[in-house]
Design a protein around this ligand. Structure first.
Ligand SMILES: C[S@@+](CC[C@H](N)C(=O)[O-])C[C@H]1O[C@@H](n2cnc3c(N)ncnc32)[C@H](O)[C@@H]1O
Length: 275
């Protein structure tokens, strides 16, 4: 991969670093959300699927299971260590119909109409111009093909999220909430409006409110290390890291927090015959 812009370079670094905790038990919400998204797509054996921002395969692997050996999944991400995890998981499951490719999904050169389905879970908001990115994905679908986009709803990973940002505000205010692009589409109307701006209408949207169980309040820090918070954490020096970890976990321990909120919004649309 060449010529990534600074935002994408930072995203690749963040998720490459997060790969060491990405599939830990407190982050089971990746797998749950990926599978639930795939369950909403009318996939059939033999279908060709593109999964963008695939991570370690939370949605790509279930999709590969459904489309079977006559179908295929191209799973794309910027973070090579996550892709490597995905390849290992696919190998362990005996799935040979899935390719994990390190690439920028906004720079893929696919042919119009070549795909039966496109899936993107927790990823579309990384595109600065989301409607333009969706228009491109939509073009690659055949008429009758499906697009599924899942994103964060409100109160992402609370109560730990607030505890974390309060600790950052106290110790490194310059790092406070500098990158929260999903907030542009964190309600069904906002997600619908973004898709309409891309020319994707007739969308079925479902919200899902769930709680990721935690074995202990300290598990929230594992979530932070295995997700986008990692970008902020990796900018802390050793004393800052210790203080932020301490002040994130203290309120969670005090209230005995044994869950993190995972509210998601999933949009599915079928491309009409004349799109
Ligand atoms: C929050 S993770 C979600 C991963 C996976 N979909 C899941 O739910 O487990 C977002 C992923 O999007 C990837 N990503 C962000 N921008 C991308 C781009 N332009 N092209 C490919 N992948 C991208 C990141 O590297 C990261 O792995």
């Amino acid at each position: 991969m060449s010529h990534l812009d600074p935002n994408k370079t930072r995203t690749a670094a963040t998720y490459s670093a997060a790969a060491d905790h990405f599939d830990a038990p407190p982050l089971a919400f990746w797998a749950r959300t990926g599978r639930r998204t795939v369950d909403r797509v009318p996939l059939r054996p033999g279908h060709r699927v593109l999964d963008v921002c695939c991570g370690s395969g939370a949605s790509a692997i279930p999709a590969a299971g459904v489309v079977g050996p006559t179908g295929s999944v191209l799973a794309v991400d910027l973070a090579e260590p996550l892709l490597e995890r995905g390849r290992a998981r696919a190998r362990a499951l005996g799935l040979s119909n899935i390719e994990f490719r390190c690439a920028d999904f906004e720079a893929l050169g696919l042919a119009p109409g070549e795909l039966d389905a496109v899936v993107c879970v927790f990823g579309i908001f990384f595109a600065e111009d989301m409607p333009a990115a969706v228009r491109r994905l939509w073009r690659w679908l055949r008429p009758g093909g499906s697009l599924a986009i899942t994103t964060w709803g409100p109160d992402v990973l609370e109560p730990g999220n607030s505890a974390f940002w309060n600790a950052i505000q106290a110790h490194r205010p310059g790092l406070y909430k500098t990158f929260r692009p999903w907030e542009r589409i964190d309600s069904p109307p906002a997600l619908r409006a973004m898709l309409a701006a891309a020319g994707v209408n007739d969308v079925s949207i479902e919200s899902d409110a769930w709680q990721q169980p935690l074995a202990s309040p300290d598990d929230w820090w594992t979530i932070a290390l295995g997700s986008g918070y990692r970008s902020t954490i990796d900018q802390l020096d050793a004393p800052g890291l210790e203080a932020v970890r301490r002040d994130t976990l203290a309120p969670l321990r005090a209230r005995g927090a044994l869950a993190a909120q995972v509210n998601t919004i999933c949009a599915v649309a079928e491309k009409p015959a004349r799109a």
